[in-house]
Design a binder for this molecule. Structure first.
Ligand code: 6PG
Ligand code: NI
Length: 195
């Protein structure tokens, strides 16, 4: 029988009291994603640091179901670029997502297949609606705290990492003289210009 279920968000870490899957993403799994390849190589030489973790709850990956969980991006930088998630489109493009920020500070970098882009602030209490067809990447712009968000999205959405792995996001989030800056990604190519 499919019974209702609950979990608690345990503060101050804002981690879930229980979960089914725990994904740990390390620096080595994001080769080529950070703009400063030398800084990436230097950091990886020192340690394959954990960039972020995802706690998820098992539900059928089908329409009508919702997949949900907690995403934790740790603080840090590769060169002057903040730690971030891989980022992805949903395999079923026409599927949206809601994020609710529980802890820390950051931004969500988003873009459409046509190259439109948006960057929205994340701070505790902020709810973000990522419309259908917008790829999304969480970025921790703090220096001390984890960026923790609760997320929920349709069960049949799936993930398409390929497009982002190949071209990256149009915008990068870096720190210059202690200030956050959103800059063009030199590796990004307009969809119409891609081979
Ligand atoms: C999803 C959500 C979210 C996301 C994590 C990790 O579609 O599952 O957007 O859970 O997966 O924040 O980010 P990446 O999937 O980009 O590694
Ligand atoms: Ni998503």
């Amino acid at each position: 029988m499919d019974l209702p279920s609950t979990f608690d968000v345990i503060f101050p870490q804002a981690l879930p009291s229980t979960y089914d899957n725990h994904t740990v993403r390390k620096l080595s799994s994001m080769k080529g994603q950070f703009a400063d390849q030398q800084a990436y190589a230097r950091l990886l030489d020192k340690e394959d640091v954990v960039l972020y973790e995802v706690y998820e709850f098992k539900r059928p990956q089908e329409a009508g179901e919702l997949l949900y969980g907690i995403s934790v991006v740790h603080p840090g930088k590769v060169g002057d670029e903040y730690y971030m998630t891989k980022g992805h489109f949903h395999a079923v493009r026409e599927t949206a997502e809601v994020y609710y920020c529980l802890k820390g500070q950051g931004v969500m970098v988003m873009e459409t297949p046509e190259g439109d882009w948006a960057v929205e602030e994340l701070r505790p209490g902020k709810v973000l609606y990522v419309p259908p067809c917008w790829a999304h990447r969480s970025v921790n712009t703090g220096s001390q705290e984890d960026l923790v968000t609760f997320f929920v999205y349709p069960g049949h959405a799936g993930h398409d990492y390929g497009t982002i792995e190949q071209y990256g996001f149009r915008k990068l989030v870096i720190e210059v003289n202690g200030q956050l800056q959103i800059v063009d990604n030199p590796r990004w190519q307009a969809p119409g210009e891609r081979p």
